[in-house]
Design a protein around this ligand. Structure first.
Ligand code: GDD
Ligand code: MN
Length: 379
């Protein structure tokens, strides 16, 4: 007779389910990685233990034969491999990852690049750490003890990576607490913790998008060494840098007050073309009054462009000429209305000139912001 109580059959089953490290979908965004995907699948197969239920899902925007190469390599894989090929590649790398997350049905999603800069041997560890630390998000980090960015070619890319990490962490100190490498493209996340519907990915930085918008309950990190690319070249372009800045502004200005602030900051930079225009026109012999009016248009145009590109990019519903006209009208109305408003504050309410001017500036600014949102960037 056994000295220990033997658990019944169904109790054993329950135990096995409770300690099983969840099912895993490895999501790999690919853009022309035909020379890498075979080796990637082989290394994932060599890394994932047979008791871990795993599948690999490629979300592919390639114009080369990457999907065919994947299909061929998949025949030698001990786990299911599938490919979603997108004909309309919305949102770039980040859009591809979100599409994969929406399609996945597993407990855990691991996101990794297709060029072997992310060591596949870490896939099981990311999930295991998530399970044991009861975390929603596990980040493979280059910037925690034991990690490194060995494969980041060139001083220029290292400097850019440092600066963008610093900028991102300063803009989102709370959401990114505990994440030393918010630019990493290698991480595991519990699918249930992802509010897939409210994500609006824009380019490369999908981890930043996920961490800021989904505010995962608990975060863990695992160090990793960023490897050299296996074959081919990075698909990142200079445009990707601009996209990253737009992504930052979009995330940071989700709240109206933050938008008001950015609107004001952009407005302040408008002084530069305004004064420059005034200088050029008066130097050219124009009377200063018409020069003021013309130069003001230079500031308005400058502000319009910046606001279009950075602040209201996703709200450009009207025709651009319509938006430009409305924007210019509001900006000039602001100037025209300020003087009578100051006259009322001083003449009727008895304020002195300086505070009255300050208050009028503030009021017309807030009204112009609200009117710009409601009249220029509405549907
Ligand atoms: N589906 C899809 N669509 N995949 C894309 C796209 C796209 O538009 N652009 C790039 N990819 C895929 C690539 O094929 C590759 O598998 C992965 O995304 C990463 O692209 P790379 O071009 O190799 O990126 P990287 O090495 O410059 O940057 C990586 O490291 C950075 C850290 O230095 C990425 O992981 C970045 O997110 C990360 O910040
Ligand atoms: Mn790469």
């Amino acid at each position: 007779m056994s000295a220990f109580p033997v658990p019944a059959e169904d109790e054993l089953d329950a135990l096995a389910t409770a300690t099983r490290p969840g099912t895993v979908t490895v999501i790999v965004p690919t853009f022309n990685e035909a020379a890498n995907v075979g080796e990637l699948l082989a290394r994932i197969a060599a890394s994932v233990p047979s008791h871990l239920p795993c599948e690999v899902l490629f979300v592919d925007d390639s114009t080369d034969d990457t999907p065919e190469v994947i299909a061929k390599a998949a025949q030698d894989c001990p786990f299911p491999v599938s490919v979603i090929h997108r004909d309309r590649p919305d949102g770039g790398l980040g859009g591809a990852v979100v599409e994969g997350i929406k399609a996945a049905a597993s407990d855990w999603v691991v996101v990794m690049d297709g060029d072997l800069q992310h060591p596949p041997s870490l896939v099981p560890e990311l999930v295991a750490v998530g399970e044991s630390a009861d975390a929603d998000l596990v980040v493979a980090s280059r910037y925690t003890k034991g990690g490194s960015r060995a494969g980041l070619a060139g001083g220029y890319r290292v400097a850019v990576s440092r600066a963008s990490t610093w900028l991102t962490k300063s803009l989102f100190p709370r959401a990114l607490r505990g994440i030393s490498d918010p630019m990493s493209g290698f991480f595991a996340i519990r699918r249930a913790a992802v509010p897939a519907g409210s994500l609006r990915p824009l380019g490369y930085k999908i981890l930043m998008e996920l961490a800021v918008r989904s505010r995962p309950r608990a975060v863990a990190e695992v160090p990793f060494v960023f490897q050299e690319r296996y074959a081919g070249e990075s698909k990142s372009t200079p445009r990707e840098g601009l996209r990253f800045l737009r992504h930052l502004v979009e995330l940071r200005t989700a709240a109206p007050l933050a938008r008001l602030l950015v609107f004001g900051l952009i407005g302040l930079t408008g002084f530069v073309p305004n004064l420059l225009g005034l200088y050029v026109l008066t130097q050219a012999g124009m009377h200063y009054l018409p020069a003021e009016i013309l130069a003001n248009q230079a500031g308005v145009a400058w502000n319009f462009v910046l606001i279009e590109v950075f602040l209201f990019r996703s709200r450009r519903h009207r025709h651009w000429a319509d938006r430009a006209g409305r924007f210019a009208l509001l900006a000039n109305a602001d100037l025209v209305l300020r003087i009578p408003l100051i006259a009322v504050l001083v003449g009727q309410l008895g304020m002195s000139v300086l505070p009255a001017t300050g208050l009028a500036l503030l009021l017309t600014f807030v009204v112009r912001f609200a009117a710009t949102e409601a009249l220029v960037y509405s549907r």
